[in-house]
Design a protein. Structure first.
Length: 632
């Protein structure tokens, strides 16, 4: 409908371009007309009528083209097709009246509006006119528009480059830009509802220039990182042209553009999975939520494969809550998937700015929500982390009532701050210490990996932290209850944990990884420690390859002194030295030890207070790496 002095839109039909895909939608959704039928196909904004011959031959319909370009209409006329010249206006009735005059007493079987909407200042005027025609004749309507969200446009725009061209995705004559959502909403507002689609996908669009731009060069880390993030958001990153088939229906009143930039949300959504087996724990959990110093939260209980009795028990607990808390609580039932699926369901339904996970057997202290809110003011948009203490508990029955009994004191085994590099080795942040920013799930589509049967939380923590970073708060805000597993069997085989770990490592290792500030110093320190160990061993003949036992002992001492257990108990050893209880063992001293001295050093390390106090931490680490998981 637009005359472009720099480009004539004389594009050929091909089965894998917008014309071929439009024809495929027509063939999939309408019947071929018999030879004597007078059913017409109305092509509005037809241009040179690239689909004319195919519609006539494959659908058996009379092709009628409408456009304002005399040259393109002349081409169609010379090929024997009916044409009508008309410049679409901003008035719905004027457009509809003209089209009715073209149709006359004939039946409109199908309509196409290909690569035309983006040229119109008032797309609603022509869509509403087409809606009236389609509703009268029960016609299929096929619409296509260029996709403004092709990654070639987005990648360049993110780095400060925008190129309008003589034609293509950013044709300089375009007055509107569409993506999938805007097109869908615009069509629905006009009463046209999508029933089928066949988009045109291109790895490299016409916007794939200049070739020397690093974000467009396939081998660069920059492009790899952008592709990794963008490719997970949706499936539209490679769509060059959106091609959809619609039928007339109810007009949706909601406007197709944003009218409210801000949505009122609670600060936090708390997602809690339950199988209804720990009703006594769930009661205690809600008691803790009722005592929160900050009430700016909502609760989603995801009941996973609940029986009727379990569902009633959970609903009864919710019904007994204080009114203010009951009004903030929803129960969502899920009957499929593994233990990871309920997390995705809970996150999907979350309204909060942040989303936290609380197991139904954990204890949030009264400051739990408040401390997250405090961190968010300084680290808005980051993954938020506080600290939990661990307490070993067991299930007991007293007077026919089931409850939980603590069988240990509180143990602060988790680090006070989040270290990304340490987390690459093992998870040091229980679920109840974290609050995830809403945007990573709802905007970046970063979901829990449901193919993982264990360690799904560790995987998600690493992926989120690598994109948005972490804001830490050393304040203790929860109790991580660890059930006594003396007589419990593992729910998952050791090889299953190993396979899941390898999958996580593979995912993180397939593309560039963002590291938080300070990581360089950590990496250099680790390299220095490694080099010191290598040089120390090389400088001592007694530690040569011929002395495997001696070498193994040195490695064991190094592993102990470089472990998380040893690091978190450093303040304890410092206080002991201040009290004059020994100078402490240094790793460099061990390089001069005999085999007997090395064995004695290992014995002392393993019998030390630092090592004994962190036995539970190592036990959890072993379980997370390949043993058992938290069960009651």
């Amino acid at each position: 409908m637009i005359t472009n002095p720099f480009h004539e839109y004389e594009n050929e039909f091909a089965f894998d371009n917008v014309y071929g895909h439009s024809l495929e939608l027509l063939k999939r959704n309408v019947d071929r007309s018999p030879p004597s039928d007078t059913t017409i196909h109305l092509d509005v904004g037809c241009g040179y009528g690239s689909i004319a011959e195919q519609v006539s031959f494959q659908l058996g319909r009379t092709y009628v083209g409408v456009d304002a370009n005399n040259r393109s209409l002349a081409s169609l006329n010379s090929r024997g097709f009916e044409t009508h010249r008309f410049l679409l206006t901003n008035e719905e009735e004027e457009n509809a009246d003209f089209l009715r005059s073209v149709i006359g007493d004939r039946t409109v079987g199908s309509i196409t509006l290909l690569d035309t909407l983006e040229h119109l200042t008032n797309s609603g005027a022509i869509l509403s006119a087409l809606y009236e025609i389609a509703k009268t004749h029960n016609s299929l309507v096929v619409v296509s528009v260029p996709n403004m969200l092709h990654r070639d446009i987005g990648f360049k725009l993110a780095l400060g480059r925008l190129n309008y061209t003589e034609s293509g995705l950013l044709d300089h004559t375009h007055v509107r830009m569409f993506d999938e959502k805007l097109l869908t909403d615009t069509l629905r507002h006009s009463g046209l509802h999508i029933i089928d689609r066949k988009d045109v996908r291109m790895n490299h669009s016409d916007q794939f220039f200049p070739p020397e731009h690093p974000v467009l060069q396939d081998a660069t880390m920059l492009r790899s990182f952008f592709k990794n993030i963008r490719g997970k958001v949706d499936d539209q990153d490679l769509v060059n042209q959106i091609v959809v088939a619609c039928l007339p229906g109810e007009k949706i009143k909601k406007l197709p553009f944003v009218t409210e930039r801000e949505t009122s949300r609670p600060f936090l959504t708390i997602v809690t999975r339950t199988q209804g087996n720990r009703i006594h724990c769930l009661t205690e959990y809600f008691t803790c939520l009722a005592a929160q110093t900050c009430r700016d939260f909502e609760v989603i209980i995801v009941g996973h494969k609940l029986s009727i009795e379990q569902q009633i028990a959970v609903e009864r607990i919710i019904e007994d809550l204080p009114i203010w808390l009951r009004e903030k609580t929803r129960l969502i039932r899920v009957y499929k998937g593994n233990r990871t699926h309920p997390l995705n369901v809970g996150f999907e339904n979350a309204h909060g700015r942040y989303i936290a996970i609380q197991d139904d057997d954990d204890i949030p202290l009264g400051n739990w929500v408040e401390e997250f809110e405090k961190i968010s003011k300084k680290h808005d948009g980051c993954l938020l982390r506080c600290v939990s203490v661990l307490q070993t508990v067991k299930t007991v029955t007293i007077g026919r009532r089931v409850g939980i009994r603590a069988i240990s004191s509180f143990q602060k085994i988790f680090p006070s701050s989040f270290d990304f590099i340490d987390h690459l080795k093992q998870n040091q942040s229980p679920n109840n210490t974290l609050a995830f920013p809403r945007g990573v799930f709802h905007e970046l589509n970063m979901r829990f990996d449901e193919e993982l049967t264990t360690t799904e939380d560790w995987d998600y923590i690493l992926r989120v932290a690598a994109v948005v970073g972490v804001g830490s708060n050393p304040v203790v805000t929860g109790i991580y209850q660890w059930f006594d597993l003396t007589n419990s069997k593992s729910e998952h085989a050791e090889h299953e944990w190993r396979v899941n770990h390898l999958r996580i490592e593979q995912k993180l290792d397939t593309g560039p990884l963002l590291m938080p500030s300070g990581s360089l110093r950590r990496i250099l320190r680790l390299i220095d420690e490694r080099d010191s160990l290598k040089h120390g061993i090389a400088a001592h003949p007694s530690l040569s390859f011929d002395h495997d036992i001696t070498r193994q002992n040195v490695r064991e001492i190094y592993a102990i002194m470089n472990s998380t257990s040893w690091k978190v108990t450093k303040p304890l050893r410092m206080s002991q030295r201040l009290l004059g209880r020994g100078a402490g063992l240094k790793f460099t001293d061990c390089l001069n030890f005999s085999s007997e001295q090395l064995e004695e050093a290992i014995r002392q390390l393993r019998n030390s207070t630092s090592w004994r106090l962190t036995r539970t931490l190592r036990r959890i680490g072993q379980i997370l790496k390949g043993g058992q998981q938290k069960v009651s």
